[in-house]
Design a protein around this ligand. Structure first.
Ligand code: ACM
Ligand code: ZN
Length: 485
């Protein structure tokens, strides 16, 4: 049988050499060693790289893993697992490996369609195989609140179900929420116990889960369940013509801080994502509570109320020993010192933030948005434009053109789900483009010519494991070309 060696791995390892001959030793019999020699060799690397670094020595009758930490051993075992899955004999070799970036992630939108525990576990298995280490969960949005809250139970009882399976169907039905017992209801949510199970499953794979609680925009469902977080109309009633919460009302902060406390109790990781994108701000100039807040705080432009909200939430989150991440709109109203900016409207947010000394995560929507078409639109199910083929996704360089490298934590692929009705379809959009994200995040040197056949093989491997991947072999000439149209 053909040999599968280090040259077939994705992400590509930093360094390898073939030492001659074929191993007769089962890869699952690897011996683990935290050797002084290896520690000496990696001592010039930053600590976070040392933690993930490993060396594998495959000989005829032995396989040896050297690492500085259990995390490094885990990464090494994933390399061996991938070699096994690729099949065939394994050549004797030495692989020396460590990551380029510390944040290598996938975002999954659970609000637009709810995919459930088994789906997330399955994706984490693939993430581990690809040496990805961040799962960002977009858990709440207008389309449905997806996490149990003890303090605010109406969030799930009133908005975790809706009429319409997809976002367009929900739109056609007039954006109506429903109760679970409605025969036409679509939805679901994670119990606190399930969320803890996700966190534990992730931790076993050295994956950090970043929960996202959207504010102040994308919050229609919150205002529907708890109208006290809404702005006040001129007639004194809650203003329902916006998806923003009211940054003038104390009820909003009581709500957000209580929810964030519940979230931080479940998710132990260092980051809490607070959204921050696409606030409409249409109610704020007229709302009595917002006007009062502006007066008290000396704010002259109502848009700066977003900055007030972000600063206050940042202080709250920091007082619990965590850091906030926000979409790049938070740059427009002053970013708290320790906050991380996630650049999505291109890389401009990342450039500006990194130059101002903020850490950044890059997920520019023309390279890293996995809900976009991955091939010629006429042969694909409905998706977003422009085209992001595998080649285009792979071509992204997080530190190109003026980015301050020391502030680049890494990158993410983002799977928004307005046009993604089922878990199977979600996998179709994720793979193989997530391979490209993984290689950009891990590998020091990239070459599409080397990557492409590896991606084809890995698609076969994942299909054998029951994943529904895009058919890379059937990719059109447009997709292959790297052009957008
Ligand atoms: C986003 O895509 N609205 C962050
Ligand atoms: Zn208001």
């Amino acid at each position: 049988m053909a040999a599968a060696g280090p040259q077939d791995l994705t992400p590509a390892p930093v360094e390898y050499s073939l030492t001659g001959g074929i191993s007769k030793c089962g890869l699952d019999q690897a011996i683990v060693l935290k050797s002084q020699g290896f520690l000496k060799e990696i001592e010039s690397l930053p600590q976070w790289k040392q933690n993930e670094a490993y060396r594998i020595t495959v000989e005829r009758f032995s396989v040896l893993i050297e690492a500085a930490s259990d995390e490094g051993v885990f990464r090494a075992r994933q390399t061996l697992r991938q070699l096994q899955l690729l099949g065939g004999d394994v050549p004797c070799c030495i692989i020396m490996d460590y990551p380029r970036f510390r944040h290598r992630g996938l975002m999954i939108d659970e609000s637009r369609t709810f995919k459930g525990l088994d789906f997330l576990k399955k994706q984490m298995d693939a993430m581990a195989l690809l040496k990805l280490n961040v799962l960002h969960l977009h858990l709440v949005d207008a389309d449905g609140w997806r996490i149990e809250s003890e303090a605010y139970p109406l969030l799930t009882s009133k908005t975790a179900w809706r009429i319409g399976r997809t976002h367009p169907e929900w739109k056609a039905a007039g954006f109506r929420y429903s109760s679970q017992d409605n025969p036409k209801a679509y939805g679901g949510f994670y119990s606190a116990a399930q969320l803890r199970e996700i966190v534990a499953y992730a931790a076993d794979r050295y994956i950090t889960v970043i929960p996202e609680i959207e504010m102040p925009g994308h919050s229609t469902e919150v205002g529907f369940a708890y109208p006290e977080v809404l702005c006040v109309s001129s007639n004194g009633h809650p203003f329902t013509g916006s998806w923003d919460v009211c940054p003038g009302s104390e009820a909003t902060f009581e709500f957000l801080e209580t929810i964030l406390s519940e979230v931080m109790d479940i998710f132990p990781g260092p980051f809490i994502h607070i959204g921050g994108d696409e606030a409409i701000m249409n109610a704020w100039p007229k709302c009595v509570n917002c006007r009062q807040r502006m007066k008290e705080e000396g704010i002259h432009d109502y848009r700066q109320l977003q900055g007030y909200l972000v600063r206050r939430i940042d202080e709250f989150v920091r007082s619990h020993g965590r850091r906030i991440i926000g979409w790049d709109e938070i740059l427009e109203t002053g970013v708290p010192e320790d906050a991380v900016v996630q650049s999505w409207r291109g890389i401009e947010g990342g450039l500006k933030a990194s130059k101002a000394g903020h850490d950044v995560v890059l997920s520019p929507n023309r390279f890293c948005y996995l809900d976009h078409y991955q091939d010629y639109y006429r042969k694909e199910p409905k998706a977003r434009s422009p085209l992001i083929s595998l080649r285009i996704c792979y071509s992204f360089d997080p530190v190109a053109s003026g980015m301050v490298e020391e502030h680049v934590l890494g990158l993410q692929g983002n799977l928004w789900c307005e046009h993604i009705p089922t878990p199977e379809h979600a996998e179709y959009m994720i793979y193989p483009r997530l391979f490209a994200v993984a290689e950009t995040g891990w590998s020091r040197e990239k070459s599409y010519e080397s990557f492409r056949p590896r991606a084809e093989k890995l698609c076969e491997v994942l299909r054998g494991l029951g994943y529904n991947t895009f058919d890379l072999q059937g990719e059109s000439s447009l997709g292959r070309s790297g052009r957008r149209d």
